[in-house]
Design a protein around this ligand. Sequence first.
Ligand code: FE
Length: 335
Amino acid sequence: MKSTITALACLVAMSASAEEKVLNLYSARHYQTDEALYANFTRQTGIAINRIEAKEDELLERIRNEGAASPADIFITVDAARLAKADELGLFAPVKSKLLEQRIPAHLRSTDWFAFSTRARVIIYNKETVKSEAVRNYEDLARPALKGQVCSRSGSHPYNLSLLASIIAHQGEAKAEEWARGVVANFARQPKGGDTDQIKAVAAGECGVAISNSYYLVRLLRSDKPEDKKAMERVGIVWPDQRGHGAHINISGGGMLKTAPHKEAAVKFLEYLASDEAQAHFANGNNEWPAVASVKPANPALEGLGQFKADTLPIPLLARNAALAQKIYDRAGWK
Ligand code: FE
């Protein structure tokens, strides 16, 4: 009898420890360089990562459909608007971690999720056809002087939703709508493509101005392809709103799911993402800035962009304004 109990206790202990050695990660980050990041975590902790990568909406749908039986421990994605969606659906569990509170600045986290890297939404212009003085601020993109010159991706894309969300937060709904209408009136073409397509269109002279996330620019700056090098020679980069609130900042981040079966491993993983090593990876692998201020990137192209004033608007505020931003884009005809 005694041996049976011991065997049973042994089994329970084994399954408990086996449980901690796995982490199920649902990731909407689509960067190849993230592989090394996850491999490092497994090397350090012995916790294997099962990763499911898909588009954010698919992953959210999947987590919802799986309900209480979902194997997902962590959901990571890019953009505050998307994190907000998961949060609104009540999918995240609050995480209390001294380490995360110390490492991640207050404006880059909520009680339910944490940003691990930041990117800026910058203005780019064709150096031959547009003067940098004409595009100092986001507001300038709406001025009649730039009629027929602005290229953009869709207004429904989270990157643009979050940008408008920040304008709503700073200037109110009416001003934000005025801005959106002004930009739409300046379109060189109907919105299409991603940020890289806008950069290339500006380089090709199809339009004079566009907005892009900073890491796409650094990616092209680091590219070995002659056509990318040539494109970047033609394009100027402006940090917007340097005399105002600063350049609009967005994030990549994640949180632990309410139904996470491996909560201990999940918190460990979130804490790992805030470690010096993981933070450096974000900066050097995907050309983003570390959320942890003390971590300095070793990425000459990223550092070559120089210092700038970043908007410190709390990221959860962006998330809150995302739905209104979509309504405004719809009204303004920013498809
Ligand atoms: Fe992106």
